[in-house]
Ligand binder design. Structure first.
Ligand code: HEM
Length: 375
């Protein structure tokens, strides 16, 4: 267990650095006049976020799950992919020639595909295959990026990595609900529409992007119809908070789908910003907010007790994103810039809130005798 913990800590520490660099780069791209600390930071924003931060976090989570369910020492090999992506992306920040970094990111994608192949071999189900397809999309995305493909034309592979990983997990959890004949077939149709769209972007970005939009819309509709969050929203405390994050995230996935369907190929600027971040912030980060209190205890062995203040980063993120997307769609630079800045603030508040909760969780149990003496 101790060995697991140290294998997790290095990549997770690098994730903090990568996230900081990515957020700073995002602000520069929004046009905020910030001191230049690394000349390529703005151009690296996308790769740091997707391949660096999420490529590492998801690979760490997979490695811990594999190691927990396996007695073989070979399972330690699953800790290599997150190291590849964390070190690879960090090298992009510090090394002038970034070829080694690119190579390590491709190795991360390859490693994740191998890990999923083992998982699928042990548990051949629709949800493991869909998550595996997500890992495969990361591999293709990283390989395309490493060969200098413009990001606007390959970003759908990166989005596919995140979307398929998340919806695969949600299908797994939906199994606890009442059996339904339509649940799995409709899920497969929605995933197929999305995957075909991503594949088509390789030949025809405009048509592919619109198909991706249809796939996102179908997935959002499926999640809103079949996810357990519809029921857990009626509970209190953490289950309600998680459900609020999930349902709001699904709404953003639908909005992202509508925008992609409407605008098709977008190669930069206001519409590009809206199409990407409705999904990458509205959907993906909302899942992170909701899952953090469960994933952190599983991966880092730290308790994250629920606090009502979690609703602060939740509300800030979605309010700010709404402002940003409205700014993007109406061509209002100020709304876009302030919305983006507040998105960064929401991420920082989330980190502070989580660290605060972890510190509370590590306190020794409350001494009730002192309460009595105070009364
Ligand atoms: C939290 C605050 C964030 C800010 C302020 C931000 C800002 C930006 C900006 C301004 C752009 C350029 C859009 C344009 O061309 O007009 C961009 C692109 C992009 N962002 Fe973000 N972003 C944020 C979060 C994220 C997240 C969470 C992800 C991924 C999960 C992400 C992934 C991307 C990608 C892949 C691109 C395309 C990069 C490229 O074309 O080079 N961003 N972002």
């Amino acid at each position: 267990m101790q060995k697991n913990r140290s294998l997790v800590r290095l990549p997770m520490l690098l994730v903090v650095l990568l996230l900081t660099g990515a957020l700073y780069g995002g602000l520069i791209r929004l046009g905020w006049d910030l001191p230049v600390i690394q000349t390529q930071l703005a151009g690296l924003h996308g790769v740091l976020m997707v391949a660096g931060v999420f490529g590492t976090v998801i690979a760490v989570e997979r490695a811990v799950a594999l190691r927990t369910n396996s007695r073989s020492h070979l399972a330690y090999g699953a800790f290599l992919p997150p190291l590849f992506s964390a070190i690879g992306a960090a090298l992009l920040l510090f090394v002038e020639t970034i070829d080694i970094g690119k190579m390590l990111l491709v190795l991360n994608g390859l490693g994740l595909v191998v890990v999923y192949a083992v998982v699928i071999h042990r548990q051949p189900t629709v949800f493991t295959v869909v998550m595996g397809a997500g890992g495969y999309m990361l591999l293709i995305g990283n390989a395309l990026w490493a060969t200098d493909r413009p990001v606007y034309s390959m970003v759908y592979w990166w989005m596919g990595f995140l979307i398929l990983t998340i919806v695969g997990e949600r299908l797994e959890l939906a199994r606890v609900m009442r059996p339904s004949r339509l649940r799995q077939p409709t899920f497969c149709i929605a995933v197929a529409a999305f995957v075909v769209g991503v594949a088509v972007t390789c030949a025809e970005v405009d048509i592919g992007a619109r198909l991706v939009g249809i796939g996102e819309l179908a997935l959002a509709a499926w999640l809103l119809r079949y996810d357990i969050a519809r029921f857990t929203i009626r509970q209190t405390g953490l289950p309600r908070f998680i459900a609020a994050c999930l349902l709001t995230g699904y709404a953003w996935l639908g909005i992202g789908g509508l925008l992609s369907l409407k605008y098709g190929a977008v190669i930069g600027g206001f519409h590009y910003d809206a199409v990407l971040h409705a999904v990458l912030l509205g959907f993906v980060f909302s899942m992170i907010f909701g899952h953090a209190p469960i994933i952190i205890p599983a991966v880092l062995k730290l308790r994250v007790p629920f606090k009502n203040s979690f609703y602060l980063h939740f509300a800030l993120m979605h309010g700010a994103l709404a402002l940003r997307v409205i700014g993007d769609l109406s061509g209002h630079m100020g709304a876009r810039q302030w919305g983006g800045l507040l998105n960064v603030v929401a991420v920082v508040v989330f980190l502070l809130n989580t660290v605060g909760a972890v510190r509370n969780g590590s306190q020794p149990p409350h001494d009730r005798s002192q309460d009595k003496s105070r009364v």
